[in-house]
Structures are given as structure tokens and as C-alpha cells.
Design a protein around this ligand. Structure first.
Ligand code: FE2
Length: 361
């Protein structure tokens, strides 16, 4: 096959000749397209050629789509995988999502949708690789294992360097989505107000600030189609979104962050009543930093413009916090945060969203 060096490599994995060939014809003008009919052949191909995107049919004889996906992930953790789902494979699709997929395409194909999803996955892969490269260059990623505790015992200049680094990563994530612009900075601001109010020591405060900046970094691997979807999400779409906490942790491994920071990021979607994710932790089982970030994150999301809804007013958002106090949120922290908001209202005659009071630590 003729390959053009500057074009992305796409691998189509489908046992049925009809969909495989039609997809090949659709994609051929835009990419270097490879097509195979089985999981075994896909794995051979991925070992030989670096793929940018793989479209994977889940329902195949021999090696299943799920097993193929697991193997491919071991060989190439960065390749973007788009699953092809037909009727009856939704359950497998949800299982597949656990192994990290960018998006899914339902059969029968819709050509503009396929091109759009593949194009977005290529852009996202570039961003992903850029972030990984930045992470590799982070001084802490070169520390020896015996220094792994350096972050937990970090001195203040290392803590400050890590905070600055976390900001860069957060801004990179926000670049891809205008709707989240400034979100991590505001989450950091609100979280730090709470941390300060409850007199957490400086090291803990800094860890919560870092986790606030990085809490959603795993969304880098998830299609905006779900993140900004208007209307309700299907169970598959929800499962994809929920991946982001685990993806964040995986992405941050090279930084060798303290276990506290990791746990705050991992658990920022737990709910106080135990119905959250990823682990269904309840009450004090949820790390304090995660309980704080959960409130800041929710408040800022509610009061921000989203493609699927208008922002709530400050009063409406506060009512939501009260309504969900003890359910989604730690009631004591909600009460502290509401007091802080009331104080801020008095000082600033309340918030212009884009102007968070200057962040001085
Ligand atoms: Fe999140």
C-alpha cells in the first residue's frame, strides 16, 4: 500500500468485509489506512506500525474485540481507539471503555460523523503526546525510586514548582474546550479558601491546590462530544466520562506526585452518601481534599456556562449545594463554603465569573 508520511495511520479491525471495506473507502482519501479482519492480525500490525487511531469492532470470531483491545493497550498505550458498536454489543462496549477508548461509532456508519470523530481523536492524540512529553521533562519524573518520597516530603520550592507545573497542564487541557476555560484555576481558588478556613497546614493546602488544577486532566483522552453533550447521556457515554478519574492517575504517573494528591484526584467524584465513583466511598472514607474539591468543582461548574445549559446564578448554585449537603457533599464543608461565599459577596458584591480575586498564596 502507498503510505504518505505526513498522514496519520488508521487501522480498521473488523471481521465483516462490508463495513471494513466501506470504512476503508471513506477514510482512504484522508489517511494511511490499514484494514485487518481479526484481533490476531491487528496485534501483529500494531507491533509493526505505529498507529494513530484504531477502529475496533467488538464482535469478532476468534479473539474478541475486548481481548484485542487489552493486548493493543499493552503494546501501545497512546493509540486512540474508537470502538464500533452494533446492536447487542452495548454491554461489551461498556466493558471496553474500562480499557480506555476515545469514542464509539454505532453501526450503520454515518460518514460525516466518522470523519469528525477520527479527526478529533487525532487532534487529541497530538495533545496527549504533547502533555506526556512535558511530563517526561518534569524534573520530578527523573528522580530515582529512593527519592520517590520527594513530593510527599517536598520542600516549599519543590511544592511551588509542582504547583506551577500543574497549572501548565491544566491550561493545556482547557485550551481544547473554551467552556472549561479558567475552571481549574477557580476550583483551586475555592478549594484553597476552604482549606485556609479549616486551618490546614501549608503542605496540605498546596497538595489540594495541585490536585485542584489536575483533577480533570484525564479528560484529555475523552471526546468533547460526551463532555459537552446537550441532553441526557446514555449509560455508555456516562461510562466513558467516568473514565477520566482513572485516566488522570495514569497520565500523572511520571510526576510521582504524593499519594495524597493522587487520592484527591482519584476520588473527587465520590459522594458523601457513598453513591459516587470510582469506588463508592462514603463520608470520612473520602479523602478530605477530595471532599473539598468536589464542592469547589460543583459550584464552579454550576455557575459556568456550558453548551448544554445556562449558568446558575450564585443564589441558585448555593441552593443546590444546600440541597445536596449530606448527599453529594460533606455537610460541614458545605456550611463553611457557604459562609465563605457570603463573605465574598459582601466584599466583591459578587462575582464576575472571569475575574477571580487575585490568587495569592
Ligand atoms: Fe471530574
Amino acid at each position: 500500500m502507498d503510505t504518505k508520511k505526513n498522514l496519520p495511520n488508521i487501522l480498521i479491525v473488523d471481521d465483516e468485509i462490508g463495513p471494513r471495506e466501506s470504512l476503508r473507502m471513506i477514510l482512504k482519501p484522508h489517511y494511511n489506512v490499514y484494514a485487518v479482519e481479526s484481533g490476531y492480525a491487528a496485534i501483529q500490525m500494531v507491533r509493526q506500525i505505529e498507529m494513530d487511531v484504531i477502529t475496533l469492532d467488538l464482535k469478532m470470531p476468534g479473539m474478541s474485540g475486548i481481548d484485542t483491545l487489552k493486548e493493543i493497550r499493552l503494546i501501545d498505550p497512546d493509540v486512540m481507539i474508537i470502538i464500533i458498536t452494533g446492536y447487542g454489543t452495548l454491554k461489551s462496549a461498556i466493558e471496553a471503555i474500562r480499557y480506555g477508548v476515545f469514542d464509539y461509532i454505532p453501526k450503520p456508519f454515518n460518514v460525516p460523523e466518522i470523519i469528525s470523530i477520527i479527526e478529533k481523536s487525532i487532534q487529541r492524540r497530538k495533545l496527549n503526546l504533547k502533555i506526556k512529553e512535558v511530563l517526561r521533562q518534569c524534573p520530578n519524573s527523573n528522580k530515582s525510586e529512593q527519592n520517590e518520597g520527594a513530593f510527599p516530603n517536598q520542600n516549599s520550592s519543590e511544592g511551588q514548582a509542582c504547583l506551577e507545573f500543574s497549572k501548565v497542564l491544566a491550561y493545556t487541557l482547557e485550551e481544547k474546550d473554551p467552556y472549561t476555560s479558567g475552571h481549574s484555576e477557580r476550583v483551586c481558588y475555592y478549594s484553597d479558601l476552604i482549606s485556609k478556613k479549616i486551618s490546614l497546614p501549608p503542605k496540605d493546602r498546596n497538595e489540594i491546590r495541585i490536585a485542584s488544577y489536575l483533577h480533570d486532566i484525564g479528560k484529555i483522552g475523552i471526546s468533547n462530544r460526551f463532555i459537552n453533550k446537550k441532553g441526557s447521556l446514555s449509560s455508555t457515554e456516562w461510562a466513558i466520562i467516568k473514565q477520566h478519574t482513572q485516566k488522570s492517575i495514569e497520565l500523572l504517573i511520571p510526576l510521582k506526585l504524593s499519594p495524597n494528591i493522587i487520592s484527591y484526584i482519584q476520588h473527587h467524584h465520590e459522594r458523601y452518601d457513598g453513591t459516587g465513583y470510582p469506588d463508592g466511598l462514603a463520608g470520612d472514607q473520602i479523602p478530605l481534599g477530595a471532599r473539598i474539591i468536589s464542592i469547589s468543582d460543583a459550584y464552579d461548574s454550576m455557575t459556568s456556562d456550558r453548551p448544554y445549559r445556562k449558568p446558575l446564578s450564585n443564589g441558585e448554585a448555593k441552593n443546590e449545594l444546600v440541597k445536596n449537603s449530606g448527599k453529594q457533599f460533606d455537610p460541614q464543608l458545605v456550611s463553611i463554603f457557604l459562609d465563605l461565599l457570603n463573605e465574598m459577596e459582601e466584599i466583591f458584591m459578587f462575582r464576575d465569573h472571569m475575574k477571580v480575586p487575585s490568587l495569592s498564596y
